[in-house]
Design a protein around this ligand. Structure first.
Ligand code: GLU
Length: 372
């Protein structure tokens, strides 16, 4: 197999940056504003190159506990949720304040594990992020810690960031952390530990090197970083882990700073299509000859081209797309329920609101959610 080289952050089309609590929040002084202002320069530079940027930021709990004067030990769930409520509002404002001078608009997106596991909510979350990016906004994402209880939470933003990267079809994910990469053993305990520059494949031997999560201000240890890397690379996204405390970490990365890249052999779009293709359809949409041509030309499936709806399915479910003679054309995630789809089939998208009594998306299946 040919050796895969490390990606160049300057060529990223869509970049997700994960920022750990320890980088942003100082136990004594609170928010590290100088560092954040420098990061804003990095983000502005990436945006100026035409890269879409999503920031997944930790720090709400760390910031909130500093404001509230809570101890820096493990907090009971209710207290960490209260700290998150106080900290998140300040965190979001801080991003807004450092990015606005660069003409960059920010938006806050708070998600829970369920938003990525439930297909309908996943599609919703994805559509929102996509819309924000198309409007040039930098979404600032965190887990919705004030409502997420232990059973339903990610708990660490490394895996959340990987999930977000795959959701938005990012090609690069950078974890800014307090370690400068992935080591063959814990460098604090083993002097012979060496850092990987590039990991081409996450083998059982690599997994065995990760050890257990370390506790402290941030949640994620090497184990969660490796889990994040697995999610990212399976979804076609390369992931870097690097130490982020120096000013302008992304500039440093471009200039060859120490880091570990987990490279992906998959293409984000292809990985997504494979994911859709593997699903068992819950129903069927039969389309007319005109729609067949439109689909083959890469267009979304509009209600106007649908002649029959078979089965009972909910929003976000996978359905088969079949041609006029019943021939299989492909599969997609449908944006309406079977009942709604029956009502709007054969009608123009402009009529949807009058038929259903509420407006909805113009396409029954968006082209990004379809395999033909
Ligand atoms: N969502 C948590 C926070 O913002 C952080 C989780 C983590 O450290 O990974 O405080």
């Amino acid at each position: 197999m040919a050796t895969l080289t490390a990606p160049d952050i300057r060529t990223a089309k869509r970049l997700v940056i994960k920022i750990g609590s320890a980088l942003l929040v100082d136990r004594i002084h609170g928010l590290r504003l100088n560092w954040l202002q420098a990061l804003a320069l990095d983000v502005a530079e990436a945006k100026a190159r035409g890269t879409d940027v999503v920031i997944v930021s930790s720090g709400s709990i760390a910031l909130g506990r500093t404001v509230l004067g809570l101890p820096h030990a493990e907090l009971p769930l209710e207290q960490s949720q209260a700290a998150a409520a106080v900290g998140q509002i300040r965190l979001a404002r801080a991003y807004e304040e450092v990015l606005a001078p660069h003409g960059i608009t920010t938006g806050q997106v708070l998600v829970t594990l369920e938003d990525t596991e439930d297909r309908r909510r996943y599609l919703n979350c994805r559509a929102t992020l996509e819309t924000l990016l198309s409007l040039g906004v930098v979404p600032i994402v965190n887990e919705n810690d004030t409502v997420a209880t232990d059973e339903i939470r990610f708990g660490d933003n490394d895996r959340l960031a990987a999930q977000i990267a795959v959701t938005v079809g990012a090609d690069q994910l950078i974890l800014l952390s307090d370690v400068d990469g992935f080591y063959s053993a814990n460098p604090k305990e083993d002097a012979s530990a060496t850092r990987f520059d590039v990991v081409e494949r996450i083998t059982p031997a690599i997994e065995a090197m990760a050890g257990d999560p370390i506790s402290g201000l941030s949640k994620g240890g090497m184990k969660t970083k490796l889990l994040a890397a697995k999610t990212a690379v399976a979804g076609g996204c390369a992931m870097a882990v690097m130490e982020g405390s120096a000013m302008r970490p992304l500039q440093a990365l471009a200039q060859g700073a120490a880091r570990t890249w987990f490279v992906s052999q998959a293409d984000p779009q292809l990985a997504r299509k494979r994911w859709i293709n593997a699903m068992k359809p819950r129903g069927e949409l039969r389309v007319d000859a005109g729609a067949v041509l439109a689909l083959q030309a890469g267009k979304s499936l509009l209600p106007a081209g649908v002649s029959a709806v078979v089965g009972s399915f909910g929003r976000g479910d996978p359905v088969a797309i079949v041609g006029p003679a019943g021939e299989a054309l492909g599969k997609g995630l449908v944006r309406y329920t079977a009942i709604e789809a029956r009502a709007i089939a054969g009608h123009r998208s402009g009529e949807i609101e009058a038929i259903l009594g509420y407006g909805g998306r113009a396409a029954l299946i968006h082209r990004d959610d379809m395999v033909i």
